[in-house]
Design a binder for this molecule. Structure first.
Ligand SMILES: [Zn+2]
Length: 114
């Protein structure tokens, strides 16, 4: 089963794809594909959204509006959303990619790379 943080990352990917497909210039010939893909993306997004805790989803939407990038990786203990070093108490948690953790400084959802 996917963790909530995985679902949030997927949701954000879909949002970026949606944005790309909405903004890209398409030729007449490609228009049909574009509309089809937008529909598919909408459907996929709905499926992901339904698996996310409603409270988390609301937070995601708020952060997305505020930053445009609501999720940030943590590499070597640093939040790559705001470049602040995480307190060691947070960074050493063994369940850090299972539990939802947000940056104390910028509020973004965090996932640990290293
Ligand atoms: Zn941060």
């Amino acid at each position: 089963m996917l963790q909530q943080i995985d679902l949030l990352i997927i949701l954000h990917d879909l949002d970026l794809m949606f944005k790309e497909y909405s903004e890209k210039d398409f030729s007449e010939k490609a228009m049909g594909f574009r509309i089809k893909h937008l529909e598919e993306l909408k459907q996929a997004r709905k499926e992901i959204e339904e698996q996310i805790d409603p409270e988390l989803y609301q937070r995601y939407e708020r952060l997305n509006e505020k930053y445009g990038r609501p999720i940030a990786p943590v590499i070597n203990g640093i939040c790559y959303g705001c470049f602040i070093r995480m307190p060691t108490s947070i960074a050493t948690q063994s369940d850090r990619n299972i539990k939802i953790i947000t940056c104390e400084n910028c509020g973004r959802f965090l996932y640990w790379v290293t």
